[in-house]
Ligand binder design. Structure first.
Ligand code: MN
Length: 731
């Protein structure tokens, strides 16, 4: 991507001749395996791209179109289909010119347009961090976003060509791109078994990242090659003489180690250059699998094997589908010699990995083996759980979903966050930090405000807006996906409830202490400690919470504390009871205080509360029918009062008797909202014709507000009676 960006023209070169030459070479290449009409379609894509990029130039000064053509040539080397070739030619037009996806779809078909669109999306995401875990996430994100294998192949070809033409960049930029290639693209190429590409991009990255080391190493290798020649010749002659004796027709290749591999080996194993170069390599290619084992047997008869070095990657292939037999022999002069033995088809996979599907698909003999290999490669990559995917199916439809259970998104800092598929901004917020989750109120995805329940997609850039006073909403539990978010939301809600219970418990106890002429502040530490020790409780807080939740009775705790206080002073407390006062409630304490659903108390009502075991206070209006029923249980009733109003609204129920007339409901509803009250819910009862009873649940500030509302409703025509409902309607 970066390496290929167009720059302003340094001069105006004669374009046409260069262009034609470029396409001629490509045409020759694709004519070997495409039908003439398909060659024509590719040529049309070429003209379109050349036109779109006309007037753009690479940093080298060449016309920009040379880049897509070169990328397409690489893709043609894999013998990819016409759609992929067209997409390779067009891969930068959406990014760099005004061409749209719809236009591409119309001209070159939907598949090609999808491929180009996929490539443009990959171009937009940027890799910024250099931690290893982040690199892994970034690779996964790339693979997840490229839902078609061909997109990845074209992307890798694009990167290879950019690496090949990196010379024209400034050194700092070269290093950065080389790093990115080593961290992101080389591992992907390796994973896909694209060995040749893998090696070349590594080699080029090494060259641009450490130019000096690269030079020194390549000189040393040239010098060492002379010494090698004799030994290599000896071994080759011996092998070539021996194998036919066993009836094996084999192709034997001397194997040159690549520079980056040598360099890495020196670094990792702390070897000197001569130690690394001492290892010689050969590759033996044979017609079939039995010949592989036969060859290894005859080699072991020829030279002694190094114990523990024999590896059977035929029986157990590598994750990227690679298969071969490996052994190390003790060659002439005691020099270790590495040998790889494989079939032709295995060789194809070893060189071109997943691309060998397109590359060798006419080669009948190796086709089924290839399918098997590529399939097992895919299996290992996506860890398919169902066996439903037929061995060849994925190759027919190259659509892939590599990480079906994950999604990768960016933080505003460019960090990549892996999340469960289906995750929302709330999950993201909790993944960043618990505090961010708890304070989250809104979110932006790719710059736009979105609802918190929005499902995130690969590559999204997510930003969370927080407010210091905010808290988690229980409704989030219905859509969060990650265990962390779920657990943290539950935890927070539970704690919040706990805090409320503690605060309420304190107030209840304070009130109960008045009967003993005390208040909480006067209870000594001695008395508290004694009280807690006797009950095996560690903290006062636990006692308060129990009181708030109704697990202990305030009158009893107050009495015991007063007794403990007396013990300390050594004389009985002369009780001077303070006048009892009500515990003040706001009505919004949450679980610790609940306004009874039967009578809907609102500020201004005289209220009374009952402590329900384990559930805190339930507040009723003093003349509620339920209170009358339960009144006998005196110990559990406490006087409560309202805290001053703070703008909060309370639910109340009113019943409106009307004469059934058209539009009466609308008029009553309008009268209610004229009184600035909210309607929560309305039900209608037409059993008593000609009267209709309307039951409204409304939200009001207090009694005065409700009185105003009732007056407003009463004056409506067709309304005969209005009254507040203080007990549940029995049907
Ligand atoms: Mn490009």
């Amino acid at each position: 991507m970066q390496a290929g960006r167009p720059v302003p023209a340094p001069f105006s070169p004669p374009v046409s001749s260069v262009l034609t030459l470029d396409f001629e070479r490509l045409r020759n290449k694709i004519s070997t395996y495409l039908r003439p009409e398909d060659v024509g379609r590719v040529e049309a894509a070429y003209h379109f791209s050349a036109n779109a990029h006309f007037g753009q130039f690479r940093v080298s000064g060449e016309p920009y179109i040379t880049h897509p053509v070169a990328v397409t040539e690489l893709v043609a080397d894999w013998k990819l289909d016409p759609q992929a070739l067209m997409a390779a030619l067009l891969h930068d037009v959406m990014e760099d010119t005004s061409v749209t996806k719809a236009e591409l779809a119309e001209r070159f078909g939907k598949v090609t347009a999808e491929l180009v669109d996929g490539l443009s999306k990959l171009d937009k995401i940027e890799f910024r961090s250099h931690e290893e875990a982040q690199a892994e996430n970034f690779r996964k994100m790339l693979l997840a976003m490229a839902s078609d294998l061909r997109v990845i192949l074209i992307k890798l070809a694009d990167r290879l060509h950019n690496m090949r033409t990196l010379d024209h960049m400034r050194p700092a930029k070269r290093r950065r791109i080389a790093d990115e290639t080593l961290e992101i693209y080389a591992p992907i190429a390796n994973r896909l078994g694209l060995n040749n590409l893998y090696r070349e991009v590594q080699e080029l990255s090494f060259m641009h990242k450490h130019p000096l080391r690269y030079q020194v190493l390549s000189k040393a290798i040239k010098a060492a090659r002379g010494n090698r020649r004799e030994l290599v010749g000896k071994v080759l002659t011996a092998l070539e003489a021996r194998l036919p004796q066993w009836g094996i027709s084999a192709e034997i290749q001397g194997r040159e180690k690549h520079l980056f591999g040598i360099y890495r080996k020196m670094l990792e194993k702390r070897l000197s250059f001569s130690q690394v170069l001492d290892i010689y390599g050969f590759r033996v290619i044979v017609p079939d699998v039995p010949s592989c084992y036969l060859t290894i047997g005859s080699l072991h008869a020829l030279y002694k094997p190094v114990p523990g070095k024999f590896k059977d990657y035929i029986a157990i292939p590598k994750a990227n589908g690679y298969q071969s037999l490996h052994t190390t022999l003790i060659g002439p002069y005691g020099t270790p010699v590495e040998v790889q033995v494989r079939t032709r088809a295995m060789h194809h996979v070893a060189e071109s990995g997943v691309a060998s599907h397109w590359l060798y698909k006419d080669d009948e003999s190796s086709l089924s083996e290839l399918h098997q290999r590529t399939h097992s490669w895919l299996q290992s990559l996506i860890d398919l759980q169902s066996a439903s995917a037929e061995a060849t199916e994925f190759l027919e439809h190259v659509k892939i979903d590599l990480f079906p259970s994950e999604v990768y998104v960016f933080t505003p800092q460019g960090h990549i966050m892996p999340l469960q598929r289906g995750a929302t901004p709330v999950d993201f917020a909790y993944a960043v930090h618990t505090d961010i989750g708890n304070r989250c109120v809104a979110s932006r995805v790719n710059g736009d405000l979105v609802p918190l329940r929005t499902e995130l997609r690969n590559g999204d850039q997510v930003e969370i807006i927080t407010a210091s006073q905010a808290g988690p909403n229980p409704a989030w539990l219905s859509y969060v996906r990650t265990g962390k978010a779920r657990a943290q939301i539950r935890h927070f809600l539970k704690n919040a409830q706990q805090d409320e219970s503690v605060a309420l418990g304190e107030r209840l106890l304070n009130q109960a202490l008045r009967a003993h002429g005390l208040n909480l502040g006067q209870i000594s530490t001695f008395a508290w400690d004694r009280f807690l020790r006797d009950r095996g409780v560690r903290q006062r807080r636990e006692i308060f919470a129990d009181l708030g939740l109704g697990k202990r009775l305030p009158v009893i705790v107050a009495r015991r504390l007063a007794e403990a206080q007396d013990l300390e002073s050594g004389r009985p407390n002369v009780i001077k009871p303070k006048p009892a006062s009500a515990v003040l409630i706001r009505g919004s304490e949450g679980a610790a205080v609940q306004l009874a659903r039967c009578c809907h108390p609102i500020p201004g009502d005289e209220i009374i509360a009952t402590i329900r075991k384990g559930q805190g206070l339930e507040v009723h209006v003093h003349d509620c029918a339920a209170v009358a029923r339960l009144r006998s249980d005196r110990g559990r009733w406490i006087d409560v009062g309202w805290e001053p109003a703070d703008g909060r609204l309370f639910e109340a129920a009113i019943r409106v008797l009307t004469i059934d007339k058209r539009g009466v409901l609308a008029r009553v509803a309008a009268a209610i909202s004229d009184a600035e009250a909210n309607i929560l819910n309305v039900t209608m009862d037409t059993d008593h014709a000609p009267y209709t009873a309307l039951q409204f649940n409304v939200e009001v500030a207090d009694r005065k507000h409700l009185a105003r509302l009732i007056r407003n409703v009463r004056v409506q025509t067709a309304v005969t009676r209005v009254f507040r409902q203080k007990s549940e309607v029995k049907r």
